[in-house]
Design a protein around this ligand. Structure first.
Ligand SMILES: Nc1ccn([C@@H]2O[C@H](COP(=O)(O)OP(=O)(O)OP(=O)(O)O)[C@@H](O)[C@H]2O)c(=O)n1
Ligand SMILES: C[C@](O)(CO)[C@H](O)COP(=O)(O)O
Length: 258
């Protein structure tokens, strides 16, 4: 048997290959400005465990995922490596840590560059979405295995959305210019799943600043499809999200009996 933990798989399309190997890239290099002062967001704790470790577990708990690339805060790569070694994570999963960049987009690109050959499906998952259920992860992988080049978990909106003319002075009233049909809008989450070659091409081609990876694939003119998202896959962005995340975790622990 080969000693190479990342053996090359033959170059062929992902579609129709139920065993295509899957890696997850976790951008975790953000500061968490909207959460308020403190350590980088991914290193702040939830139920006593760093948010990043919850996100890593969420990926590693999927039997499809055999490699996780963590994109660490630029000065925090050694700390992240220590954290990964200190927490019980599935043995069948390999972990790679790389320092991140100035933006989420740059961090994902750095994570992609660290991917060894042999992984033809790539998930990109925010460290800031620590509680995504494994069923959502698996649904994304399955849709890519079924042939979609890009897949996003998505939920309908609960609020009515207005398009506005941004105020010249922050805090001033903003004129509303339109009310988009809510039934056609979705809030998208992560993990977003991709045929690896498509995601690499998107990151090499698109130079505009974007807030998610799927929009880069859209810019290539390729199809992006949705699978059902999950309300517990919400992003921890502001302080109230942390309160909700603690409550969800406490409920899970109660249900699991520990
Ligand atoms: N330079 C950056 C910025 C963000 N991220 C990651 O991208 C994910 C989604 O970003 P967001 O929630 O906006 O995180 P922050 O950028 O940390 O938040 P803020 O904008 O409030 O500072 C997070 O897991 C974050 O760590 C990253 O890897 N590198
Ligand atoms: C990728 C993402 O989580 C999908 O909803 C989101 O776009 C990240 O945006 P942010 O501005 O970095 O929070």
């Amino acid at each position: 048997m080969s000693d190479d933990p990342f053996p090359q798989s033959p170059a062929q399309p992902v579609s129709g290959r139920p065993t295509a190997r899957t890696a997850a890239v976790i951008p975790a290099a953000g500061r968490g400005v909207r959460l308020g002062p403190g350590a980088p967001k991914a290193l702040r704790t939830l139920g006593g465990t760093p948010m990043l470790i919850h996100a890593v577990r969420a990926m590693a708990d999927s039997r499809a995922v055999s490699l996780v690339v963590v994109v660490a805060p630029p000065e925090g790569a050694a700390e992240v490596r220590t954290l990964l070694d200190a927490h019980a994570l599935p043995d069948r999963t390999e972990f790679v840590v790389v320092p991140g960049g100035e933006s989420r987009q740059e961090s994902v690109k750095l994570g992609l560059a660290a991917l060894p050959p042999g992984f033809d499906i790539v998930l990109v998952h925010d460290a800031a979405r620590p509680l995504v259920p494994v069923d959502t992860v698996d649904a994304v992988v399955e849709a890519v295995r079924d042939g979609a080049p890009a897949v996003v978990p998505a939920l309908p909106l609960a609020d009515t959305v207005k398009q506005v003319e941004p105020a010249a002075v922050p805090g001033e009233p903003e004129p509303v210019v339109a009310t988009p049909d809510r039934s056609l809008l979705r809030a998208v989450q992560t993990p977003q799943g991709f045929d690896r070659a498509t995601l690499v091409r998107a990151h090499e081609t698109v130079t505009d600043n974007v807030t998610d990876d799927a929009s880069m694939v859209e810019q290539l003119g390729l199809a992006v499809v949705t699978v059902p998202g999950h309300e517990e896959a919400f992003k921890v962005t502001r302080p109230l999200d942390l309160v909700l995340a603690e409550a969800v975790l406490a409920r899970r622990r109660l249900n699991d009996g520990f």
